[in-house]
Design a binder for this molecule. Structure first.
Ligand SMILES: Nc1ncnc2c1ncn2[C@@H]1O[C@H](COP(=O)(O)OP(=O)(O)OP(=O)(O)O)[C@@H](O)[C@H]1O
Ligand SMILES: [Mg+2]
Length: 279
């Protein structure tokens, strides 16, 4: 397993509580060609109210890194290294210490989340699910909280939206609904995997602005997967930090990083990384 020295882990801005800490996190997937390493020795610290972008070309392991943090991985995945949430180490598989924290204190908007809305259930019914499941709210309380959540994500006419079906909403509106679902339990950490990719440029900007507002209002930390750095369009502006995925490595802007692993096939260096056989 590759090693990223702790000293090279992206530093957080001084004075912030560390909410999420990854230490030498690696993920090996089982495939028909044997195990492959898709996340390789990632160390990272995320402070309260801070945004860190996970940036990298397609196949560099952004989604796998975020799914590893949330313990949502294909069957047979093997994980080494640690994930800590406010100092508590989160376990993996089955029942573990992290299970009740994931989905409530840590929430994720998945890359293909727009297609994950159930087409035959209203927005209100789908929003109420996590509220009833995680918070144990009654049907009536969940309904009124769902409305508040739609207001929080600045969706117009929230009462009407609750009765609508996903196909009645635009892509940007549906993405706001997905954000509202992730925010249902007021998480301390929001993991958003390319939340704007499927949207047009104006709507992308609106969603990133909304994330910035929510981060400030709720004091939430955001781990944001993006195909490339967006400069000023980042949710915490030009001062924010990015880490880069490349050849399964994630590194801070300008941070030290080991040389990339040799590509499996000639000619892929600098392009999308191929999975590397696990050690
Ligand atoms: N279920 C799976 N089984 C085996 N390998 C997989 C599986 N899912 C993804 N991979 C491999 O893991 C590597 C990392 O994929 P990942 O989806 O994390 O990339 P990404 O950086 O999110 O790409 P994109 O920008 O296209 O979303 C890729 O090489 C991919 O082929
Ligand atoms: Mg991805």
């Amino acid at each position: 397993m590759s090693v990223l020295p702790a000293a090279a882990a992206p530093a957080i801005r001084s004075g912030r509580q560390v909410v999420l800490e990854l230490d030498e996190l690696s993920t090996h997937l089982a495939t028909s060609h044997g195990p492959v390493t898709v996340v390789d020795g990632v160390s990272l610290r995320l402070g309260a109210g801070e945004t860190v972008g996970v940036v990298g070309e397609s196949g560099s392991g952004k989604s796998m890194l975020m799914r590893t943090v949330m313990d949502v991985l294909p069957a047979g995945a093997r994980i080494t290294g640690t994930v800590r949430f406010t100092g508590t180490e989160l376990g993996y598989g089955g029942w573990n210490k992290g299970r009740h924290l994931r989905g409530s204190r840590l929430a994720m908007v998945f890359q293909d989340s727009l297609s994950n809305l159930n087409p035959v259930r209203t927005i209100g019914a789908q929003l109420a699910d996590p509220l009833r499941h995680h918070l144990g709210l009654s049907r009536r309380s969940a309904r009124s909280r769902a409305r508040e959540l739609l207001e929080l994500v600045q969706l117009t006419e929230p009462q009407r939206r609750l009765r609508q079906y996903p196909h009645e909403l635009s892509g940007g509106m549906r993405q706001r609904v997905m954000l509202a679902m992730a925010l249902a339990c007021r998480p301390d950490v929001l993991i958003a995997d390319e939340p704007t990719t499927a949207l047009d440029v104006t709507v992308q900007r609106q969603i990133l602005d909304l994330l910035a507002d929510l981060r400030r209002e709720l004091g939430m930390a955001v781990l944001l997967g993006q195909p490339r750095p967006r400069g000023r369009a980042r949710p915490d502006g030009p001062g924010g930090r990015d880490v880069r995925g490349r050849d399964h490595r994630v590194r801070a802007d300008g941070g030290a990083v080991r040389p990339p692993a040799p590509p499996l096939h000639p000619g892929v260096a600098g392009g999308a990384a191929e999975p590397r056989p696990a050690p």
